[in-house]
Design a protein around this ligand. Structure first.
Ligand code: FE2
Ligand code: FE2
Length: 491
């Protein structure tokens, strides 16, 4: 649930983990003492100074590896994604801190280094805010506002995570569907607020946290969600799909949880600039002329201008600008927008580029007869490896998606039709689980069971079942997401 530990340099993973436990424990104890001390003492009191020193020393050491998230989940404490063991002599402090955070609906605190901000001073101000936060109706929202007012960007707060995690698959599925429709609402809300003035990012960040949680819990359901297509709502669904696919690929290549959350926000906002592009250009059936093309190609820069104006902590804005700016740039810096200031595209930009093109190719668009099937899209993209896409990340993407990605409509040997629903752990990339379809007698199809091709014999011939070919879903009037996520509708 909390995800992989932060990747950091060091002699070995075991040693890294041991250091995280040690420093994490020091940080927790220091933080707890600081909370207690600031309730009764002034800033210059010796007890406050000592607790603050202990806290900042631990944070300084941990920050060598990037951001430091302190999270509470199911009454346990996690530092940098590692669950701290309940050692006897600190168990009381940990339990009290968990209670303290629960009472404020506080699921996490993320520390980072920001140029020009004094970590110790910010920490002291933050702890004083924490002590008064519980009197407010929405303590986390109040804390976010208070931190912003004080100009503190190096400390961010998160709401408590959903306790439903770990429930049966049906609930994960329901949460995933609810998240999807909520994400759509949030992206639309930000776009329309930006049109009228300033929009905030709190809701988008919560969606981002949920996307990461759900992908950690069940990547297949999330890949099934990303097959949802609605022609009329293309731009917003595309943004949500890009967020889901980007986080899936980011997780596959081992990005940290914090980076994945930023990547999700980048995905949600990557085409924000398109709200300024005239509909006539966005929905033009024929080829765009030069002026129209220039207008269209301005959208990454227009998006960046919107992100700069978002009502969000400076540190967050700085982390979600680059990906949207770069999502149409090629590895050799060709593409758009043209820039001479950068030497290369960031990992987030490269990931966004891959998943953005994949989602666009597999969606129906006015300017072509039909959408590419998932495997056609992957093949088309593979031909551009190294030119349009980072070859290593594209290889990872193809490997993650499989030869027939979740949502592909396929014909099995023998002629049966099916939809790829998931890949069992360790399955070969052409041996997914397939939901077999049968005619329902009135022109449609019904699910007639599932077959896990990974369990079929590998030899050719009649001995084992296998995929013969992929078929474009619209040709058969099949909407894969309706089968993969039955009863698809928000709560
Ligand atoms: Fe774009
Ligand atoms: Fe896009």
């Amino acid at each position: 649930m909390i995800g992989e530990g932060e990747r950091r340099g060091g002699s070995s993973q075991v040693e890294d983990k041991r250091m995280t436990f040690l420093l994490g424990e020091r940080l927790i104890v220091g933080l707890y003492r600081l909370i207690q001390a600031t309730r009764i003492h002034h800033d210059n009191n010796q007890v406050v100074v000592e607790a603050l020193g202990r806290c900042t020393a631990a944070l300084d050491a941990l920050l060598g590896g990037g951001e430091v998230p302190v999270q509470v989940w199911r009454d346990r404490l996690y530092v940098c994604g590692e669950r701290l063991p309940f050692r006897k002599d600190v168990a009381g402090v940990m339990t009290d801190l968990v209670e303290f955070m629960n009472a404020r609906s506080l699921g996490g605190i993320v520390f980072s280094r920001v140029a020009g901000e004094d970590l110790a001073g910010c920490l002291l101000a933050f702890v004083r805010l924490l002590n008064t936060a519980h009197g407010h109706q929405d303590p986390v929202g109040w804390l976010e506002d208070a931190l912003r007012e004080k100009g503190i960007s190096c400390i961010e707060v998160r709401e408590i995570q959903d306790e439903e995690a770990g429930t049966p698959e049906r609930n994960v599925r329901k949460r995933a569907v609810d998240m999807y429709f909520n994400a759509l609402k949030v992206v639309k809300g930000v776009a329309s607020k930006m049109d009228r003035g300033v929009a905030g990012v709190r809701k988008a960040r919560r969606v981002a946290q949920e996307v990461v949680d759900l992908i950690n819990e069940d990547p297949s359901i999330m890949l099934a969600l990303a097959t949802i297509r609605n022609y009329d709502d293309y731009t917003y669904m595309h943004s949500v799909n890009v967020a889901i696919l980007a986080v899936s690929l980011g997780r596959y290549v081992g990005l940290s949880r914090v980076s994945l959350e930023h990547l999700a926000v980048c995905g949600l906002f990557h085409d924000l600039g398109k709200i300024e592009i005239p509909k006539g250009i966005l929905k033009k059936q024929g080829a765009l002329d030069k002026d129209e093309l220039d207008t269209m190609r301005a959208h990454p820069l227009l998006g960046v201008k919107k992100i700069i104006r978002l009502n969000a902590p400076r540190v967050l804005r700085s982390r979600i600008i680059l990906g949207p700016f770069e999502h149409h740039l090629n590895p050799d810096m060709t593409g758009y927008p043209r820039t001479h200031f950068m030497k290369g595209v960031s990992v987030m930009g490269k990931i966004l580029k891959i998943v953005d093109v994949y989602d666009a190719l597999t969606s129906e668009r006015v300017y072509r007869k039909r959408a590419f099937t998932p495997e056609e899209a992957l093949r088309k993209m593979w031909a551009q490896a190294g030119k349009s896409f980072d070859p290593i990340l594209l290889k990872c993407f193809v490997s993650m998606m499989g030869i027939y990605p979740v949502g592909s409509v396929v014909e099995l040997r023998g002629g049966a039709l099916g939809i790829v629903s998931m890949y069992s752990p360790g399955a070969l990339r052409d041996r997914p689980v397939v939901m077999v379809l049968e005619h329902d007698g009135s022109g449609g199809y019904v699910c007639a069971g599932e077959i896990d091709l990974a369990k079929e014999p590998l030899e050719d011939g009649d001995a084992g079942q296998a995929i013969a070919r992929g078929i474009p879903a619209p040709m058969l009037g099949i909407n894969p997401s309706a089968f993969l996520l039955p009863g698809l509708s928000p709560a």
